[in-house]
Design a protein around this ligand. Structure first.
Ligand code: HPA
Ligand code: ZN
Length: 336
């Protein structure tokens, strides 16, 4: 049977989406021009939209991708740029059947180049309000710390958001940890995670994408995260996997990302069958859709292509995604 209409209509929640990773090459070039931002002239990839798109199909690793990701976001300067970025994502998510989205943003990548934290959040929250009004799409912001930067720098960013009241007023629902994983283990950021826990914030971290399964156990044990982003190396430690299943810890998987960044050679290599058989809860997400060749529905379709799941299995995935969301119980009831 053709699952496309069923998967398109299935109510989805997205939990692993870097908003800066939804910046399309077309918008990137447009903003570079209007904001007068120079793109690297020495890299032939920046000669045209098509050349850049083609380069995105040849990433060799997470770091290879991150180089382009951090250059791309240099074109974002104003409140309006961030609002446009956010709203364009919400439009695509809505078209793909997303009802609730919890989106990552990387404030340090902006403050480091002179764009104020407040500018970023003002633009993104304006986009959130419009998406809810226009589509009934609810959303949350997750502030990510860049793990290639220091714990001290993470702490400063945390304090800035806290001082603006963004944690107590719900503007920011939780914290995450992204960028280069190997060599930058979660416990470096233990202190900021403990502050977040004390403040009643939700907590997640990228772990087990390129890093081994101990990055997952250390994120859980030392940083008290409630979710694991990617988590593909969880299958290398079956005892840990059983614990994650028993605790209903959500794994936010990103199939097309894992293929593009060569964590696996094809979607069929991902541990989706093992997760289903062992009761590990997971959601399927797009990560950096403008860079990895697809939005959330493309990721659902790629999983179906690789695993031919049945309707009951898809419904269990959709329910796990709702239950693992960080919205209130009233919203969950509506989504279920
Ligand atoms: N991994 C780590 N950092 C990231 C990613 C990712 O997949 N996307 C954007 N920043
Ligand atoms: Zn990610």
């Amino acid at each position: 049977p053709n699952f496309t209409p069923f998967l398109a209509a299935l109510p989805k929640c997205e939990h692993h989406l870097h908003i800066e990773g939804s910046l399309s090459p077309a918008t990137l070039f447009r903003l570079a021009k209007s904001n007068n931002i120079a793109l690297p002239a020495e890299d032939p990839a920046f000669q045209s939209i098509e050349a850049l798109q083609a380069r995105y199909e040849r990433f060799t690793s997470l770091d290879d991708f991150l180089g382009y990701y951090f250059i791309g976001m240099r074109t974002l300067l104003t409140v309006s740029d961030f609002e446009t970025l956010g709203y364009e994502y919400f439009q695509k998510a809505h078209a793909d059947g997303v009802h609730h989205a919890e989106i990552f943003f990387d404030p340090q990548a902006h403050t480091e180049r002179g764009v104020a934290y407040k500018t970023v959040v003002e633009g993104l929250t304006a986009a959130q309000r419009r998406a809810e009004a226009d589509f009934g799409l609810t959303s949350k912001l997750i502030l990510c710390f860049l793990r290639h930067m220091t714990a001290d720098e993470a702490g400063k960013t945390y304090q800035e958001a806290s001082a603006l009241g963004h944690f107590s007023d719900g503007t920011v629902a939780g914290i995450g940890l992204d960028s280069s994983e190997v060599g930058n283990p979660p416990e470096i950021f233990r202190e900021v995670y403990m502050s977040a826990k004390d403040a009643g914030l939700r907590r997640t971290a990228h772990a087990g994408e390129e890093g081994d399964s101990t990055y997952i156990s250390r994120a859980l044990d030392l940083c008290h995260v409630e979710r694991i982003d990617h988590g593909i190396h969880l299958v290398d430690d079956m005892e840990l996997l059983k614990r994650v299943a028993a605790n209903k810890t959500l794994i936010t998987m990103c199939p097309l990302s894992n293929v593009r960044l060569r964590c696996v050679t094809k979607v069929a290599e991902l541990p989706i069958r093992t997760f289903l058989d062992n009761g590990v809860r997971f959601s399927i997400n797009s990560d950096d859709p403008a860079y990895f060749g697809g939005y959330i529905l493309d990721n659902y379709l790629a999983v179906q292509d690789a695993f031919t799941l049945n309707v009951a299995e898809w419904k269990s995935i959709a329910v796990a995604a709702i239950e693992g969301s960080w919205c209130g119980d009233d919203r969950k009831t509506v989504l279920l």
